[in-house]
Design a protein around this ligand. Structure first.
Ligand code: CUO
Length: 726
């Protein structure tokens, strides 16, 4: 069996804790590193491998590091018997192989940034593979997977590669450790004896903890994969060309703001109030959390838990090289608020520079996050990343117990912890404070003369197992069980398919119909913006627009042409600009990969960024949660961005609103979240008054009704008619 150089690079994601020279892939390919990268003992092991695993079909000899690499090699002379290695690898070797890696840790970010730069600079596929093999063999596997993933997503020559789902590569970050342990037991059985491993319910807490009502949402594998993937597409430290994506800081603000809005919507669905905002760095964190995940399968060191009412302390952890005080966070916060209220920030040269209406939110996003784009790290520090770290080490702030970080300190797991939402609600509040300093939108900015949205409706398709479709305006959710293949991530286990079954929220597909009256006398291109929000607050009291706007979640945004006169636009929920289908989130690259050199193969990797389709809607409740569906038509001529005309982001289903378009500018000139990102002109107004004089907007009442039935996923992805339980 032959394998291309490129495809053999993907094999490096498989079972990342196993030594590099173990057989990989369904065909047992062995990537054999050059002898100088192996110790004497390893060389002996490599020679004995064919008899240990049965004959591998192919051994691929990987070239040594180039004598004159495209990347700078270390100036430090190698130790006796060691090959000369690039600086980035020498530095990365200082992170212990079995430590947990996180991009929220500045030292880890620097190590990753160095490796990404190294991988990006490799002259060709062969050189990239040699470097990747060297890093795989010598460095921390979590760091390796992160850095190589970012590089493969951004190298032009690798864009047709389909990265495997991270759930299958590193299942310990996404699935309960108990299920992983049972998967190991199953993996030891023959193919016919193996059974699907069921993920236990109520694994992380019980109903005594009110926040546990939302565990189904926070611990959803799909939203956690989305968050991890988003941080891969938007790394905070890497070569500048990768970090400096169009409106990156604004995207950081908007994507996370939408997560908070969605979380609050979900809270209302289960009868909880809006999420509490972290008010002070010194207050007790009522919400404890025990993730029960073992991200590092080779070593039984799970993420640490956090008891109820923990408080953060000054941090002095040699383990991650972080030495900071709470007063540092407070100083950064004060300076950020100074910038917001004075309308000026201090740039790298120490000059006061205006935060303009055009780019202010983007710069503020860079400052608050903070990525390498932050204009003045001495002044503004590293507020958001360090909050993840301070909270996530509050159980052992000096590291004297040698305890691991908590789940909240790593993007792949942070969204599982209730404290993530307190913390990001606080971050969101900073951005809102800034947005509140901007002029409210005028009618001219909000309107679209001559074009009216005269009616809007939604029709949900028949829920499997029911006789008729729901009434118009009723959106439907239920539970579903789906299987995920894990064997690529079960280091040291026997090979062969091993499945786990997860239970998750799902929604029935639905279609929108928009009736449009175009009196301009000519065809008109419009952007259609569609949002959903709860009708009232948690107590059932109508929300004034100034507050209501914070609960609107984007469900779609698309461009359409409306003919003169009356016409209808149709759109299906599956086309949403924020979501990707289940298959893209959990892609099994061995069985679902598009044929080589086909259009479908292009951009396949980038396609994995997006909110999962099964989480498009909030859960709702049994009676039907009263919601408002809002749509707005705007003039595409004013929205469009040169060079980003295509909404579809290449040849895959793109989640443009959350992930942008690959190598293009963000395809909508308006502020992200428009028109809900600013205060209204009249603070006392409600949504209907905000819309009153504007024919291009419409809001209709809908409900989201949840049925507590579990349906099984058919092989074609649809839900089975027969429920597993009812
Ligand atoms: Cu995504 Cu704080 O940035 O979690």
């Amino acid at each position: 069996m032959s394998i291309s150089t490129k495809e053999s690079i993907l094999l490096l994601f498989e079972r990342p804790y196993e030594p590099i020279y173990f057989p990989k892939g369904p065909n047992g390919i062995v990537l054999r590193p050059p002898p100088e990268l192996l110790s004497n003992r390893e060389r002996e092991v490599v020679d004995s491998l064919p008899s240990r695993f049965g004959p591998p079909t192919t051994t691929v000899a990987v070239a040594g590091l180039p004598a004159e690499p495209s990347t700078p090699v270390s100036l430090v002379p190698p130790a006796p018997g060691e090959p000369p290695l690039p600086d980035a690898i020498l530095n990365a070797r200082e992170l212990p192989r079995l430590a947990n890696f996180s991009v929220f840790v500045p030292w880890h970010r620097r190590l990753a940034g160095g490796l990404i730069e190294l991988f990006m600079a490799a002259g060709d596929e062969e050189e990239l593979r040699s470097l990747a093999v060297a890093v795989h063999g010598l460095c921390n596997p979590q760091l390796f997977v992160y850095a190589l993933s970012v590089a493969l997503l951004h190298r032009p020559d690798m864009r047709d590669l389909a990265l495997p789902s991270f759930v299958s590569t590193m299942p310990g970050r996404f699935l309960a450790s108990d299920a992983i342990r049972r998967a190991y037991l199953e993996a030891n059985l023959t193919d016919t004896q193996r059974e699907v491993v069921l993920i236990p319910r109520n694994w992380t807490a019980n109903d005594e903890e009110p926040e546990h009502r939302l565990a189904y949402w926070r611990e959803d594998v799909g939203i956690n994969v989305h968050h991890w993937h988003w941080h891969l597409v938007y790394p905070s430290q890497a070569p500048r060309a990768i970090v400096q994506k169009d409106r990156r800081g604004e995207m950081f603000y908007y994507m996370h703001q939408q997560i908070i809005a969605r979380y609050n919507f979900e809270r209302f669905s289960v009868g909880l109030g809006r999420v509490r905002r972290l008010g002070s760095f010194r207050e007790p964190l009522r919400e404890g959390y025990y993730a029960k995940l073992t991200p590092n399968i080779a070593r039984d060191l799970g993420y640490a838990g956090r008891p109820d009412n923990a408080t953060i302390s000054n941090v002095s952890r040699e383990l991650e090289r972080v030495f900071l005080d709470i007063s540092d966070l407070e100083r950064w916060e004060t300076r950020i608020f100074d910038a917001i209220h004075s309308g000026e920030y201090i740039n790298a040269r120490g000059e006061r520079t205006p935060l303009t209406e055009e780019t202010g939110i983007d710069i503020l996003g860079d400052i608050v996050e903070a990525s390498v784009l932050t204009p003045n790290p001495n002044i503004y520090g590293d507020l958001h990343n360090m909050l993840h770290f301070f909270i996530g080490t509050c159980h052992d702030p000096t590291g004297k117990h040698q305890e691991q970080i908590q789940a909240v300190t790593e993007p792949a797991t942070a969204m599982r912890d209730p404290v993530f939402y307190l913390m990001h609600a606080y971050i969101d509040d900073i951005f809102r404070e800034y947005k509140n300093t901007l002029q409210p939108y005028s009618e001219a900015q909000l309107g679209l003369p001559g074009v009216a949205l005269t009616a809007m409706s939604v029709q949900t398709s028949t829920v499997p197992g029911e006789q008729a479709p729901p009434a118009p305006g009723v959106l439907r959710t239920f539970l579903q069980e789906s299987d995920i293949e894990l064997s690529r991530g079960l280091d040291f286990a026997p090979r062969g398919p091993t499945l786990v079954r997860v239970q998750h929220l799902q929604n029935a597909p639905f279609d929108y119909t928009f009736s449009v009256q175009n009196a301009t006398g000519a065809a008109k291109r419009v952007t259609v913006r569609v949002f959903l929000a709860p009708q009232t607050d948690e107590r059932g009291i109508p929300l004034r627009f100034a507050d209501h706007r914070n609960y609107f979640v984007e469900v779609d945004k698309f461009v359409a042409t409306v003919a003169p006169g009356a016409s209808e636009l149709k759109r299906s929920s599956a086309q949403s600009s924020i979501t990707i289908p289940w298959e893209q989130t959990f892609r099994d690259v061995d069985t679902n990969r598009p044929p080589d050199n086909t259009p479908q193969q292009q951009d396949f990797s980038f396609c994995s960024c997006g909110w999962p389709q099964h989480m498009l809607l909030p859960r709702g409740n049994a009676e039907g949660l009263p919601c408002v569906l809002f749509a707005m038509l705007t003039d595409y001529e004013l929205d469009k961005v040169e060079g980003s005309e295509s909404q579809e982001g290449g040849r895959c289903k793109a989640a443009v609103s959350f992930c942008g378009l690959r190598d293009k500018r963000f395809p909508d000139r308006r502020p992200m979240g428009f028109p809900f990102d600013r205060l209204p002109r009249n603070a006392d107004h409600y949504l209907r008054q905000f819309m009153a004089a504007l024919d291009n907007m419409r809001a209709v009442d809908v409900t989201v009704q949840f049925t507590n039935r579990v349906l099984l996923r058919r092989l074609d992805g649809a839900a089975e008619a027969t429920p597993v339980t009812s």
